[in-house]
Design a protein around this ligand. Structure first.
Ligand code: ADP
Length: 260
């Protein structure tokens, strides 16, 4: 029984109120700690590319490097690190705007299959290079903010390519019914060891930091997927086996408006 928090906190009647107050304090402390950790992580993640950019710039301007081929390589690295920073900032902004529905969002019936085809087209150069094939089964229109659906599918499909093996396969399945829309992205890649599976949706958590960075990852992709899924009251299931592949399934409930 919850009694109003009047009188002394030591009053037997008020014990439950006291517990609730303490829980709220604990929760807000945890949130504050998480926020601080997030900011520390962002600073660290930005610091690394900035240090590289400054280092290469200094080498170029000091006159030590004269070989034009080497200079071109340094410029290439500066560009790469700049792109990494830009991707990171885009992802951070995306995460912060996902915390609440934005006033300017226009929701519509989004063609999920069309989006997947677009994303495969944009991944074509890297898929071709590695001999990876992609296929899509099923189709659906889902009522949502189009950018959310694009981002969700892009992050899952990009990972399925990035963490795949040479000549691997990426399979996207879209299975709608009257109540929900199930999207699954399955790859034949390196997989995620069991002990990491519950953590890959955390911000900046990576199984293999080197590989993620080489692939241009920000460590925020799956965290964005988790936030988008939560925004639509959906669920995520991950099944993965090292050296066999990963399957991520997102189940999105169909809303009243979506049914109309
Ligand atoms: P990143 O930008 O590093 O790809 P994500 O948040 O998208 O960040 O993913 C977090 C980590 O989970 C990745 O660094 C990678 O180690 C692992 N991961 C994600 N998707 C897959 C996948 N399909 N196969 C294997 N590992 C994956």
């Amino acid at each position: 029984r919850v009694t109003p928090a009047v009188g002394s906190l030591f009053d037997a009647e008020n014990q439950i109120s006291a517990v609730i107050v303490l829980t709220n304090v604990t929760q807000s402390r945890q949130m504050e700690a998480q926020r601080r950790e997030f900011i520390a992580n962002i600073s660290h993640e930005l610091k690394t590319p900035i240090t590289s950019i400054l280092g290469f710039t200094e080498l170029m301007t000091s006159g030590v490097v004269t070989d034009p081929i080497q200079k071109a390589q340094y410029l290439e690295r500066i560009g790469e690190e700049g792109r990494r920073m830009s991707n990171l900032i885009d992802d951070i902004l995306r995460l912060s705007s996902l915390e609440s529905k934005q006033a300017e969002e226009v929701w519509e019936r989004v063609d999920l299959r069309g989006l997947c085809e677009d994303i495969f087209r944009s991944l074509e150069p890297i898929m071709k290079k590695r001999g990876i094939t992609g296929e899509i089964f099923g189709a659906a229109h889902y009522y949502a903010y189009p950018d959310d659906m694009r981002q969700l599918l892009k992050n899952l499909m990009e990972n399925a390519v990035k963490y795949n093996r040479e000549n691997g396969r990426v399979t996207v399945r879209i299975s709608p019914d009257a109540y929900q829309c199930v999207i699954s992205v399955v790859d034949t890649g390196i997989g995620i060891p069991l002990e990491h599976q519950s953590r890959v949706f955390e911000r900046f958590y990576r199984v293999d930091k080197g590989r993620s960075k080489r692939e241009g990852g920000t460590g925020l992709g799956l965290s964005i997927v988790k936030h988008i899924t939560a925004k639509y009251a959906g669920q995520i299931t991950l099944v993965s086996r090292p050296d066999e592949g990963t399957s991520i399934r997102v189940t999105l409930p169909v809303t009243e408006e979506g049914r109309r």
